[in-house]
Each structure stands twice: as C-alpha cells, then as structure tokens.
Design a protein around this ligand. Structure first.
Ligand code: SF4
Ligand code: SF4
Length: 242
C-alpha cells in the first residue's frame, strides 16, 4: 500500500504558492476547507498515493521540491471536476498546469511530448500522424458500409471540406485509425437532427496533447490551425468532440 503521509522536510518556501497567487488572484488556497470533495470525484485520487486535497496541502505547506518531483501532476486529466465541486472554487488544474510548465520540456513525459510533436508536424494536427488521405479513405469507406447495411441511413453524409457548412467538426484521430465504427453514432445524430456539418481535410484531429504537455506555444499553434481551417471553409461554429 502506498505511503500517503505528508512528510515536511527541509526549509519551507512558498515559491509555487506565491506564483499561483499572482496568476490566480481569486484563488486563495488558504480558503481550502479540507472538505475532500475535490478528492472524492477525482479520477487521479489514489494514484501515486496522492489526491487533489493532499496536493493542495503540500503547496500550502511549501513543499515545492516534493511537488515538482512528483509525477502525480502528470496523472491529472484536467477534467475540472475538482473545481466544479469545490465550495471555494479553488482552481487545482490551473496549479497543476503551472507545475507541469515548470519542468524542463525534455524532462516531461515522453509519450505526451511525442504526441504533441507529431501533431505539430502533421497536416491533420493528429497526434498519431494520420495522413490526410488515410482519413478521407476511412471516412468514405465507413460511410459507404453503413449506408449499405442500414438502408434507413442510405442518405447519411459525412462531408469533408464542405464550404459554408454550419459546423466544423473535429474528430479524435484514434477513432478513424483504430475504432472507425465509433465515428458513426455521432454522424447518425447529426443526420437525424438535420445538422449541416463538415470535417476538414486538414486540421481535423480533435486531440491536443500540447495542452497536456503545458506547451503553450504549440497548444496555440494547433488551435490556430484548426480555427484557420474552419475559417477557410467559412464554417460558423467550431465543434470539438474532445
Ligand atoms: S473541494 Fe475545495 S475546499 Fe474542499 S478540500 Fe478540495 S480544494 Fe479544499
Ligand atoms: S482536474 Fe485533475 S485534479 Fe481535478 S478532478 Fe480532474 S483529474 Fe482530479
């Protein structure tokens, strides 16, 4: 069983806490009631013997070194559940983001770093590096298969590069590449609701690992590529399914 006790060693400094106060003037960590609501709904609670309340306590106690060395901040999904339930509205994921950004880029988790780098160098913005032609082929192939197998959806569309569509839809690249049938339920909903939508042949991938890497520059680069594609197609609304 993991050792979950907080051990305070060495001199107490509050650099992270002071930095957070500058960034989040409303986020007074001293307001924490230690109620544990954040930990109760957090999917990362218990991993590495840590949870959001304990993480916050360590920051308040000035345990910067231990927090910076911990891998737990990389296990947070950034789901925001803790902020939603916190009676004091303490923004734990923002703190986690800042702690991730404090680690040198080449020491951040390789899997997340590689996914960010691959996406930045992919025309599709795909963390799997999915080529544009592969995406088009899979969408067209799956659409044809469902039209034939389910006559009630014989006129369903899955447009790519439809100029002037209302919605520009992004899709996680894992779906066309490894679970293509997973794309279809959303197509059906959009079809039955009469929604005018399109994928882009470029920048269609929804995931953005640069966000999770705390790489602001590349995070923005990917979002900009997707927004530019939506503009190029003259779509009014960017719909990200992630
Ligand atoms: S939910 Fe908010 S107030 Fe309660 S322990 Fe977590 S951070 Fe503190
Ligand atoms: S944002 Fe992170 S810390 Fe908060 S509930 Fe989600 S996984 Fe847990």
């Amino acid at each position: 069983m993991a050792d979950v006790a907080i051990k305070v060693e060495g001199g107490v400094k509050h650099k992270i806490l002071d930095d957070v106060k500058k960034l989040l003037p409303e986020g007074n960590l001293s307001l924490c009631l230690t109620c544990g609501l954040c930990s109760s709904g957090c999917p990362a609670t218990g991993l590495d013997g840590m949870d959001p309340r304990k993480f916050l306590r360590m920051l308040v106690l000035g345990m910067d070194k231990e927090v910076l060395e911990s891998d737990w901040p990389w296990m947070c999904t950034m789901c925001q559940r803790c902020v939603y339930v916190c009676p004091m509205k303490i923004d734990i994921p923002q703190m986690i983001f800042n702690i991730r950004a404090a680690r040198p880029r080449d020491e951040r988790p390789k899997g997340i770093r590689d996914s960010c780098d691959v996406a930045v160098n992919s025309e599709s913005a795909s963390a799997m590096g999915t080529p544009v032609e592969d995406f088009k082929f899979v969408v067209e192939d799956v659409l044809e298969e469902y039209r034939e197998a389910q006559p009630e959806f014989a006129d369903m569309e899955a447009p790519i590069d439809k100029v002037g569509a209302e919605f520009f839809l992004n899709q996680n690249s894992r779906e066309p590449m490894t679970e293509p049938d997973e794309m279809v339920p959303l197509w059906k909903i959009l079809h039955l609701a009469g929604v005018d939508w399109t994928y882009g042949s470029k920048a269609w991938a929804a995931e953005n690992y640069c966000l999770f890497l705390a790489d602001n520059e590349n995070w923005e680069r990917l979002v900009t590529a997707k927004a530019n594609m939506a503009d190029e197609l003259k779509c009014k609304t960017y719909l990200n399914t992630e």
